[in-house]
Design a protein around this ligand. Sequence first.
Ligand code: HEC
Length: 554
Amino acid sequence: MTTRTIAAVAALLALVSGLQAQAQGFHGAPATASASRNPFAHKPQAIAAGAELYTSNCGACHGRNGRGTGNIPALAHGPAQSATDGELFWFITRGDEDNGMPSWKQLPEDDRWKIIAYVKSLAGAHPGAPPREAPSSAAAGQPAPPVSARAPEPNAPFTDYRFETPGRVRKITLRDLPEPYATQSAHNGPEVVARPRDAWPKAPAGFKVELYATGLDNPRTIRTAPNGDLFVAQSDAGLVRVFRGISSEGKPEQSGIFASGLHRPYGIAFYPPGKDPQWLYVGNEDEVVRFPYKPGEMKAGGAPQHIANLPDGSGHSTRDLQFSADGKKLFVGVGSRSNVDDPDTTPAEKHRADILEFNPDGSGLRVYAYGIRNAGGGLGIEPRTGQLWCSVNERDGLGDNLVPDYITHVQEGGFYGWPWWYMGGHQDPRHPGAHPELKEKVITPDVLLPAHNASLNFTFYQGKQFPAEYQGDIFAAEHGSWNKAVRVGYEVIRVPLHQSGHARGEYQEFLTGFVLDNGDVWGRPVGVAVAPDGSLMVTDDGSGSIWRVSYAGK
Ligand code: HEC
């Protein structure tokens, strides 16, 4: 070979390896990973074994049938289905501890491949498809999840499901925050069980709880239309349903599907604000769309119009929407893709962990507030002050009582810490030395909630039915998480605003009882809305229900 040929070959090799580095696979998997073949692919017996292994090792976090839970990605659809078996093997072997995904290198290789064969067999079990049941852990002869019921009582102000009591007031302050890793990061996802006959949500004395609707696939956000109809986003089913009226048996008088075929719809907003909206906006995972709508319609008046693209591709999938009080701006909550990846070096985090602002026609994209790990679960406009509020899921992996979730009014241009910092000017230990200039900018939210409460949607109580002291207060749904050794959340809380539109840091437990004494979960609140008669409607995607809480008297 001449020197020139050698140089040319070297240049070519450099180019090829450069391209390989660029065309990085799933979660940065190297090209070699992609090439390894799954010895158990499409083998029915291995898939059955993989299903059992999945249930005992993965199901608690990734959900039954791989549909995902909370901020943990689905495996039955999305990026995991586009990845090759080899890439999945590489990723689950390595894990991503900082983002809450354990390494599975302890699991025998064959078992890892069988789980992947099972996960791949779920292709087509897309959102909305009838669930293909994986065996329950009991059926698979696996030991039951650790029973946490005997753990010692947590020190105030922290709590857990065993001590959640309607009416109890709690307040968490910056002084209460433990050091990072004071306790281990828990792996305690809920295996949702059917509601036992005698289990029922518990409300404070004087309130009555009834089952308004059940048998719903994944009811999430609920919003009351100006005419009193109740709109419910069913994310997994890809549709928005409408309920009208309350019969003498406490059931809907009418119901119907407003729109279907949507991509994980969550946010719902009527536009313009006020009595006479012309459009219904829906926050899908990857875009904002809107439907022509007139008050009283139970079916969309036309095809969806595309308004704006939103960042897609795994991670937090809920996109709540809210119009400013004057109707001039649309706010969209977009959660992070990861638990703590650095946006400086992770392009996929662009325009995530933010509250975005648009004009109602989708133009004028701007970051309204940032460093908010996930406000996609809940946005609201406080009626008295017109201020934007949000409900936020904070970080995982730092221990049981860190970092507190929160509910707060949002400062325009405000920085709330993620991922380098958290409230109180604390640096996240996974980003030592990063962005010292932001330390002083981290805003302390109005109301700190137990870490891993998984605070989702909320509403400001404007009904006429509850006692006067409740007027204007926030009711928020706490979905519960996998990252707490003894469960917390799984309830509806009240945040008193003291008839002033401002919170003072305390919250009150309001609707509890979704966790059984042994720690099994049967219900998970997601959305809250006020019905025209003033009762509080609560969606629960654990039991597929809508609960109605009304005030019966002293
Ligand atoms: C303790 C909770 C937990 C358990 C148990 C768990 N995972 Fe994960 N997994 C996560 C989290 C959190 C992520 C998101 C990580 C990220 O953002 O990088 C994840 C990500 C993944 C991804 C990437 C998905 C995507 O769309 O990018 C795959 C694949 C995966 N897990 C497979 C598995 C398998 C298979 C098992 C069982 C052997 C398992 N996981 C067990 C928490 C868990």
